[in-house]
Design a protein around this ligand. Structure first.
Ligand SMILES: N[C@@H](CCC(=O)N[C@@H](CS)C(=O)NCC(=O)O)C(=O)O
Length: 208
């Protein structure tokens, strides 16, 4: 059984989606990051960085603890033998897009969201910088998805990682800049296909 520590955010949603896709049993432990659940000693013992998501896999010969959503997705893909290509070119395409999301798409949209919430003390250069970079990255994704159905050929952990952020990014940025929602036809096609997957629908509801 896998203990999943998560909350309903783009990083947090990736892992229940993957667990549902793999059919691995898991127990959800909600970590309310709005109330400091990530800062408790019990959670810091699992992730010293104090961020969701994290998992503890209770294996017969000992626990395996994993934090950082990219590391967790790779762990679950290797454990299940699912959603990571085996051939070198496709495998490295999958890992390239996965790391691209962890290092770029997520942080840029996340920082745009942070600065967008600072209504009392707006930092306009920062807001513009993260807006421009978020749109540039969504455009990179859109252009790539014009050449391939999924990021690394077949649906993989790279799609799961990028999907939650692209969906959230279009939604939150689109609330202020509605033109952004229709700007990326390939991205919208890909999001709609992933939206339709039963495992994704189940994973997006975690924690209930
Ligand atoms: N690189 C990390 C980022 C994790 C992260 O930023 N999680 C956010 C929620 S989406 C969090 O726990 N925030 C709580 C905080 O910053 O105190 C990953 O991919 O797992």
């Amino acid at each position: 059984m896998i203990d999943l520590y998560t909350w309903g955010t783009p990083n947090g949603q990736k892992i229940p989606i993957m667990l549902e896709e793999c059919g691995l049993p898991y127990t959800v432990h909600p970590v309310d990051i709005g109330k400091g659940g990530q800062d408790t000693p019990a959670f810091r013992a699992i992730n010293p960085n104090g961020k969701i998501p994290a998992i503890v896999d209770r294996l017969p010969d000992g626990d395996v603890t994993v934090f950082e959503s990219g590391a967790i997705l790779i762990y679950l893909a290797e454990r299940s033998g699912k959603l990571m290509p085996g051939a070198p070119a496709q495998r490295m395409a999958c890992l390239s897009w996965l790391f691209w999301q962890i290092g770029g798409l997520g942080p840029m949209i996340g920082q745009w969201g942070f600065f967008n919430r600072q209504k009392d003390a707006p930092n306009l250069p920062a807001l513009q910088r993260y807006f421009d970079e978020s749109l540039r990255l969504l455009g990179v994704l859109d252009a790539h998805l014009g050449t391939t159905p999924y990021l690394a050929g077949d649906y993989s952990i790279a799609d799961i990682a990028c999907y939650t952020w692209a969906k959230a990014g279009l939604r939150i940025i689109g609330q202020q800049h509605p033109q952004v929602r229709a700007q990326f036809a390939n991205l919208n096609r890909w999001i709609a296909e992933i939206d339709a997957r039963p495992a994704v629908q189940a994973g997006m509801k975690v924690p209930a």
